[in-house]
Design a protein. Structure first.
Length: 343
């Protein structure tokens, strides 16, 4: 039995924040983000629940067949308990369902797929609900014009099930971490290193007039760019080697959506200009661990899933960490609406 992605959907909060009042047109053109969906009072758990409910509303899936929930988020509803436990109850699922939070960011979707694969192919689960949820804008100052325009909020839900097939649908996983650069994308206060009750909130303005506190996201954009262009082309080579494929064998590349400029440059540096390559962030921004899943949804809606047998997925960012794999997406289910239309 092998793990196979069968359905993917996304949920974006209804409030939209326009980038035009924040930054000039040149910056918007460079990053490729004109607007983003942002939370108001919603939590990561709220978005995760909405994404999961949308998955079951959109596809002919039995929610009660779920035997494990994975939730990837860096901003759980509470420090304890884990937010995936809340999802089990909110979705009305059996108490026999296992739940696990994965505390990763931009590389989290690929890492989560690997965890799901391990559970299924070890015979520990058959149907996994894998949810990502990002509420980064809760932790980004509205006056931080270098970071705020890049990030949006959103959640995704992916159904992964055990299938009896000859070859694996998820393979050639490659992982990497450079913890020496952990502080290049960080919220300094909030964990056990700097507990909130013991750490005063301090606001500061940098040389570019970006304003933030030590309770909010700090991102060294230049360092993250260099990291991406240094590590991800190697990741592409390593995944291809692990899969025994060439670039010409790839049907599509769906990578974490950092910003349009970086993705365009990365595509060239990784020698992927002849491979169909997802680069669309204009109305969502970077939704962190959900960006790859959102990309899968967008690509399959545009080109269909039938010919997406060898798709390279890759995520990279906070940690600093990275991960890639090859996914066969040709077995994605049709939506209920499409299935009824055929009848």
């Amino acid at each position: 039995m092998f793990a196979k992605i069968r359905a993917v959907t996304s949920y974006l909060p209804p409030t939209i924040e326009d980038n035009a009042p924040l930054v000039d047109k040149r910056f918007i053109k460079k990053i490729g983000v004109t607007s983003r969906h942002v939370v108001t009072s919603e939590t990561a758990g709220d978005l995760a629940l909405s994404a999961a409910e949308k998955l079951f509303d959109t596809y002919d899936l039995d929610r009660h067949a779920t035997d494990f929930i994975l939730l990837c988020t860096q901003h759980p509803d509470y420090q304890m308990p884990h937010t995936s436990a809340y999802l089990q109850d909110a979705l009305g699922l059996s108490k026999h369902v296992g739940t696990l939070d994965v505390g990763l960011g931009c590389s989290g979707y690929v890492y989560g797929l690997a965890v799901a694969k391990g559970l299924i192919e070890a015979g520990l689960a058959k149907n996994i609900l894998f949810v990502t949820s990002s509420v980064y804008t809760k932790y980004i100052n509205v006056k931080d014009k270098s970071t705020r325009p890049l990030f949006g909020d959103g959640a995704t839900a992916t159904w992964i099930e055990a299938v009896d097939e000859e070859f694996p649908s998820l393979n050639a996983f490659v992982f990497g971490t450079d913890g020496s650069r952990y502080d290049k994308l960080i919220i300094p206060v909030g964990g056990s290193k700097n507990p909130p009750r013991e750490t005063p909130e301090v606001f500061a303005e940098d040389d570019n007039h970006n304003y933030r506190s030590n309770y909010e996201v700090f991102m060294d954009g230049m360092a993250i760019t260099y990291f991406t262009l240094r590590e991800v082309p190697k990741l592409v080579d390593d995944v291809l080697t692990a899969a025994n494929l060439t670039r010409a064998d790839l049907d599509y590349c769906i990578f974490h959506q950092a910003n349009k400029f970086m993705m365009t440059y990365l595509r060239d540096k990784a020698n992927l200009n002849d491979v169909p390559f997802h680069n669309e962030i204009s109305t969502t921004g970077n939704i962190v661990s959900g960006s790859v899943a959102l990309g899968i949804e967008q690509v399959t809606q545009t080109v269909g899933a039938a010919n997406l047998k060898r798709v390279m997925l890759a995520g990279f960012g906070v940690g600093l960490s990275w991960a890639g794999c090859i996914a066969d997406l040709s077995g994605l289910l049709q939506t209920k609406e499409a299935s009824h239309g055929e009848k």
